[in-house]
Write a protein that binds this ligand. Structure first.
Ligand SMILES: [Fe+2]
Length: 283
Protein backbone atom coordinates (compact mmCIF):
# COMPACT_ATOMS: atom_id res chain seq x y z
CA UNK A 1 0.00 0.00 0.00
CA UNK A 2 1.15 3.52 -0.81
CA UNK A 3 1.48 5.56 2.42
CA UNK A 4 -0.38 8.48 0.90
CA UNK A 5 -3.62 6.47 1.03
CA UNK A 6 -3.75 6.69 4.82
CA UNK A 7 -3.72 10.50 4.63
CA UNK A 8 -6.84 10.38 2.41
CA UNK A 9 -9.09 7.54 3.60
CA UNK A 10 -9.98 6.93 7.26
CA UNK A 11 -8.27 3.52 7.27
CA UNK A 12 -8.83 3.05 11.00
CA UNK A 13 -12.56 2.99 10.48
CA UNK A 14 -12.40 1.54 6.99
CA UNK A 15 -9.30 -0.67 6.53
CA UNK A 16 -9.74 -1.14 2.77
CA UNK A 17 -6.10 -2.19 2.50
CA UNK A 18 -6.98 -5.42 4.31
CA UNK A 19 -10.14 -6.93 2.89
CA UNK A 20 -9.80 -9.91 5.23
CA UNK A 21 -10.16 -7.85 8.41
CA UNK A 22 -13.43 -8.46 10.22
CA UNK A 23 -14.05 -4.70 10.42
CA UNK A 24 -14.05 -4.22 6.67
CA UNK A 25 -15.88 -7.49 6.05
CA UNK A 26 -18.78 -6.21 8.12
CA UNK A 27 -18.87 -2.95 6.16
CA UNK A 28 -18.71 -4.80 2.85
CA UNK A 29 -21.59 -7.01 3.93
CA UNK A 30 -23.73 -3.98 4.77
CA UNK A 31 -22.86 -2.23 1.49
CA UNK A 32 -23.64 -5.34 -0.51
CA UNK A 33 -27.04 -5.74 1.12
CA UNK A 34 -27.84 -2.05 0.56
CA UNK A 35 -26.70 -2.22 -3.06
CA UNK A 36 -28.76 -5.30 -3.78
CA UNK A 37 -31.87 -3.81 -2.21
CA UNK A 38 -31.56 -0.11 -3.07
CA UNK A 39 -28.78 -0.03 -5.73
CA UNK A 40 -27.05 2.48 -3.49
CA UNK A 41 -24.96 2.46 -0.32
CA UNK A 42 -23.30 5.18 1.77
CA UNK A 43 -20.08 5.02 3.75
CA UNK A 44 -20.06 7.94 6.19
CA UNK A 45 -16.92 10.04 6.71
CA UNK A 46 -14.82 7.84 4.43
CA UNK A 47 -12.48 10.71 3.51
CA UNK A 48 -10.42 12.43 6.21
CA UNK A 49 -11.19 16.14 6.79
CA UNK A 50 -7.67 17.25 5.80
CA UNK A 51 -7.88 15.42 2.47
CA UNK A 52 -11.32 16.86 1.86
CA UNK A 53 -9.81 20.34 2.22
CA UNK A 54 -7.14 19.43 -0.34
CA UNK A 55 -9.78 18.18 -2.79
CA UNK A 56 -11.84 21.31 -2.26
CA UNK A 57 -8.87 23.59 -2.90
CA UNK A 58 -7.66 21.66 -5.96
CA UNK A 59 -11.09 22.08 -7.50
CA UNK A 60 -11.36 25.76 -6.56
CA UNK A 61 -7.94 26.46 -8.07
CA UNK A 62 -9.29 25.29 -11.43
CA UNK A 63 -12.86 26.47 -11.04
CA UNK A 64 -12.54 28.62 -14.18
CA UNK A 65 -11.79 25.52 -16.23
CA UNK A 66 -15.06 23.83 -15.26
CA UNK A 67 -17.23 23.17 -18.31
CA UNK A 68 -20.77 24.30 -17.49
CA UNK A 69 -23.53 22.93 -19.68
CA UNK A 70 -26.97 24.38 -19.67
CA UNK A 71 -29.36 22.55 -21.92
CA UNK A 72 -32.58 20.69 -22.31
CA UNK A 73 -31.92 16.96 -22.13
CA UNK A 74 -33.80 13.64 -21.86
CA UNK A 75 -33.16 10.89 -19.30
CA UNK A 76 -30.83 9.17 -21.77
CA UNK A 77 -28.68 12.31 -21.99
CA UNK A 78 -29.70 13.26 -25.50
CA UNK A 79 -30.92 16.66 -26.52
CA UNK A 80 -32.16 15.69 -29.99
CA UNK A 81 -35.82 14.84 -30.42
CA UNK A 82 -36.90 11.66 -32.22
CA UNK A 83 -40.27 12.39 -33.87
CA UNK A 84 -40.62 8.74 -34.95
CA UNK A 85 -41.50 7.83 -31.32
CA UNK A 86 -44.93 8.41 -29.73
CA UNK A 87 -45.31 11.92 -28.32
CA UNK A 88 -45.38 10.78 -24.67
CA UNK A 89 -42.34 8.47 -24.90
CA UNK A 90 -39.78 9.23 -22.12
CA UNK A 91 -37.11 9.76 -24.79
CA UNK A 92 -39.18 12.72 -25.96
CA UNK A 93 -39.38 14.37 -22.56
CA UNK A 94 -36.72 17.07 -22.22
CA UNK A 95 -35.74 18.63 -18.91
CA UNK A 96 -33.56 21.61 -17.90
CA UNK A 97 -30.03 20.77 -16.94
CA UNK A 98 -27.49 23.23 -15.48
CA UNK A 99 -24.42 21.43 -14.27
CA UNK A 100 -20.65 21.42 -14.76
CA UNK A 101 -17.56 19.21 -14.73
CA UNK A 102 -13.89 19.71 -14.21
CA UNK A 103 -12.83 17.05 -16.69
CA UNK A 104 -10.42 14.37 -15.48
CA UNK A 105 -7.77 15.22 -18.12
CA UNK A 106 -7.32 18.65 -16.50
CA UNK A 107 -6.30 17.26 -13.11
CA UNK A 108 -2.66 17.85 -12.13
CA UNK A 109 -0.45 14.74 -11.99
CA UNK A 110 -0.25 14.82 -8.19
CA UNK A 111 -3.99 15.45 -7.67
CA UNK A 112 -5.44 14.04 -4.46
CA UNK A 113 -8.53 12.69 -6.20
CA UNK A 114 -6.65 11.23 -9.17
CA UNK A 115 -4.30 9.45 -6.75
CA UNK A 116 -7.20 7.96 -4.81
CA UNK A 117 -8.91 6.77 -7.99
CA UNK A 118 -5.77 5.02 -9.15
CA UNK A 119 -5.35 2.93 -5.99
CA UNK A 120 -6.01 -0.80 -6.30
CA UNK A 121 -7.27 -0.82 -2.70
CA UNK A 122 -10.23 1.39 -3.62
CA UNK A 123 -11.06 -0.61 -6.74
CA UNK A 124 -10.99 -3.91 -4.87
CA UNK A 125 -13.08 -2.54 -2.01
CA UNK A 126 -15.75 -1.22 -4.40
CA UNK A 127 -15.72 -4.52 -6.31
CA UNK A 128 -16.28 -6.41 -3.03
CA UNK A 129 -19.13 -4.08 -2.00
CA UNK A 130 -20.81 -4.62 -5.36
CA UNK A 131 -20.12 -8.35 -5.26
CA UNK A 132 -18.95 -8.03 -8.88
CA UNK A 133 -15.50 -8.89 -10.18
CA UNK A 134 -13.73 -7.83 -12.27
CA UNK A 135 -14.70 -4.19 -12.52
CA UNK A 136 -12.42 -1.66 -14.19
CA UNK A 137 -11.53 1.99 -13.98
CA UNK A 138 -13.31 3.85 -16.76
CA UNK A 139 -11.26 4.37 -19.95
CA UNK A 140 -12.95 7.72 -20.64
CA UNK A 141 -10.17 10.32 -20.17
CA UNK A 142 -12.61 13.18 -19.51
CA UNK A 143 -15.22 11.49 -17.33
CA UNK A 144 -13.40 8.81 -15.29
CA UNK A 145 -12.97 10.83 -12.07
CA UNK A 146 -14.40 14.28 -12.81
CA UNK A 147 -15.29 16.92 -10.25
CA UNK A 148 -18.94 17.87 -10.49
CA UNK A 149 -19.98 21.46 -9.85
CA UNK A 150 -23.55 22.64 -9.36
CA UNK A 151 -23.79 26.39 -8.83
CA UNK A 152 -26.73 28.12 -7.11
CA UNK A 153 -29.84 27.43 -9.22
CA UNK A 154 -28.03 24.45 -10.79
CA UNK A 155 -30.09 21.36 -11.48
CA UNK A 156 -29.50 17.83 -12.74
CA UNK A 157 -32.71 16.26 -14.10
CA UNK A 158 -33.71 12.58 -14.12
CA UNK A 159 -31.20 10.44 -16.02
CA UNK A 160 -29.21 7.22 -16.24
CA UNK A 161 -25.39 7.17 -16.24
CA UNK A 162 -23.30 5.71 -19.06
CA UNK A 163 -21.00 3.90 -16.65
CA UNK A 164 -22.37 1.05 -14.55
CA UNK A 165 -21.00 2.05 -11.16
CA UNK A 166 -20.54 5.54 -9.85
CA UNK A 167 -18.96 6.71 -6.63
CA UNK A 168 -20.02 10.09 -5.31
CA UNK A 169 -17.78 11.82 -2.90
CA UNK A 170 -19.41 14.83 -1.31
CA UNK A 171 -16.92 17.68 -1.03
CA UNK A 172 -19.05 20.74 -0.37
CA UNK A 173 -22.74 20.84 0.45
CA UNK A 174 -25.00 23.65 -0.70
CA UNK A 175 -26.94 25.69 1.86
CA UNK A 176 -30.17 24.11 0.72
CA UNK A 177 -31.48 21.83 -2.01
CA UNK A 178 -29.11 19.85 -4.24
CA UNK A 179 -30.63 16.61 -2.94
CA UNK A 180 -29.91 13.33 -4.61
CA UNK A 181 -33.04 11.34 -5.51
CA UNK A 182 -33.11 7.89 -7.08
CA UNK A 183 -35.33 5.02 -8.17
CA UNK A 184 -33.55 1.73 -7.50
CA UNK A 185 -33.28 -0.93 -10.20
CA UNK A 186 -35.81 0.65 -12.53
CA UNK A 187 -34.18 -0.77 -15.69
CA UNK A 188 -31.88 -3.70 -16.41
CA UNK A 189 -29.96 -5.04 -19.40
CA UNK A 190 -32.45 -5.83 -22.12
CA UNK A 191 -35.36 -4.08 -20.36
CA UNK A 192 -35.71 -0.29 -20.46
CA UNK A 193 -39.02 -0.29 -18.52
CA UNK A 194 -40.09 2.91 -20.31
CA UNK A 195 -43.52 2.92 -18.68
CA UNK A 196 -42.16 3.16 -15.13
CA UNK A 197 -39.46 5.64 -16.17
CA UNK A 198 -42.13 7.89 -17.66
CA UNK A 199 -44.19 7.74 -14.47
CA UNK A 200 -41.26 9.00 -12.39
CA UNK A 201 -40.44 11.77 -14.86
CA UNK A 202 -44.11 12.80 -14.78
CA UNK A 203 -43.90 13.25 -11.01
CA UNK A 204 -44.91 9.92 -9.47
CA UNK A 205 -43.01 9.65 -6.15
CA UNK A 206 -43.82 5.99 -5.32
CA UNK A 207 -40.36 4.67 -6.26
CA UNK A 208 -38.35 7.75 -5.35
CA UNK A 209 -35.84 7.64 -2.51
CA UNK A 210 -33.70 10.48 -1.16
CA UNK A 211 -30.13 10.33 0.00
CA UNK A 212 -28.55 12.87 2.31
CA UNK A 213 -24.80 13.06 1.80
CA UNK A 214 -22.45 14.93 4.14
CA UNK A 215 -18.94 16.15 3.20
CA UNK A 216 -16.53 13.20 3.32
CA UNK A 217 -19.24 10.60 2.74
CA UNK A 218 -18.76 8.10 -0.05
CA UNK A 219 -21.72 6.80 -1.97
CA UNK A 220 -21.53 3.70 -4.16
CA UNK A 221 -24.24 3.61 -6.74
CA UNK A 222 -25.46 1.57 -9.73
CA UNK A 223 -26.09 4.59 -11.93
CA UNK A 224 -26.72 2.81 -15.22
CA UNK A 225 -29.75 0.95 -13.90
CA UNK A 226 -31.09 3.54 -11.49
CA UNK A 227 -32.95 6.63 -12.63
CA UNK A 228 -31.61 9.55 -10.56
CA UNK A 229 -31.47 13.32 -10.30
CA UNK A 230 -30.24 16.19 -8.13
CA UNK A 231 -32.80 18.80 -7.11
CA UNK A 232 -32.15 22.52 -7.60
CA UNK A 233 -29.29 24.01 -5.55
CA UNK A 234 -30.59 26.82 -3.34
CA UNK A 235 -28.71 29.53 -1.43
CA UNK A 236 -25.31 30.98 -2.31
CA UNK A 237 -22.96 28.05 -1.94
CA UNK A 238 -22.16 25.69 -4.83
CA UNK A 239 -22.38 21.91 -4.50
CA UNK A 240 -19.08 20.09 -5.15
CA UNK A 241 -18.80 16.37 -5.67
CA UNK A 242 -16.24 14.07 -7.15
CA UNK A 243 -17.55 11.24 -9.30
CA UNK A 244 -15.04 8.44 -9.82
CA UNK A 245 -16.56 5.73 -11.97
CA UNK A 246 -16.10 2.01 -12.58
CA UNK A 247 -17.27 -0.10 -15.49
CA UNK A 248 -17.70 -3.67 -16.67
CA UNK A 249 -16.05 -3.00 -20.03
CA UNK A 250 -12.48 -1.63 -19.84
CA UNK A 251 -12.58 -0.51 -23.49
CA UNK A 252 -15.77 1.53 -23.70
CA UNK A 253 -15.96 5.33 -23.35
CA UNK A 254 -18.77 7.89 -23.67
CA UNK A 255 -20.41 8.35 -27.06
CA UNK A 256 -19.18 11.44 -28.99
CA UNK A 257 -22.61 13.13 -28.58
CA UNK A 258 -22.65 12.51 -24.87
CA UNK A 259 -19.07 13.67 -24.38
CA UNK A 260 -19.67 16.87 -26.34
CA UNK A 261 -22.88 17.69 -24.46
CA UNK A 262 -21.69 16.96 -20.93
CA UNK A 263 -17.90 17.45 -21.01
CA UNK A 264 -17.71 20.04 -23.78
CA UNK A 265 -15.43 18.18 -26.16
CA UNK A 266 -14.85 15.02 -28.19
CA UNK A 267 -11.47 13.26 -28.26
CA UNK A 268 -10.29 10.77 -30.93
CA UNK A 269 -10.91 7.91 -28.46
CA UNK A 270 -14.65 8.78 -28.38
CA UNK A 271 -14.87 8.45 -32.17
CA UNK A 272 -12.74 5.31 -32.37
CA UNK A 273 -14.75 3.47 -29.74
CA UNK A 274 -18.25 4.54 -30.77
CA UNK A 275 -20.12 1.26 -31.30
CA UNK A 276 -23.46 -0.05 -30.06
CA UNK A 277 -23.50 -1.17 -26.46
CA UNK A 278 -23.82 -4.82 -25.64
CA UNK A 279 -26.38 -4.36 -22.82
CA UNK A 280 -28.98 -3.00 -25.26
CA UNK A 281 -29.73 0.04 -23.06
CA UNK A 282 -29.88 3.62 -24.35
CA UNK A 283 -27.28 6.15 -23.23
FE1 LIG B 1 -25.68 10.54 -12.91
Amino acid sequence: MNDRLKTIVDLEKYPIQDLNSSKIKEIIHKCKTDLEQFSCSTIPKFILPKSLEIMNSELEKQINEVYMSKQSINAYLYSKDDPSLPKDHPKRIFMDRDNGYLNSDLFPKDSEMKFLYEQEELLKFVSACLGISPIYRWADPLACHAYNVMRPEGILPWHFDSCEFTLSLMIQKPEKGGIFEYCPNIRKPGNENFEEVKKVIDGDRTRVRQLKLEPGDLQIFKGRFTLHRVTKVEGNRSRYLCIPAYVLDPWRVNTPEHSKAIYGKVLPIHLERNITRSDGLAD
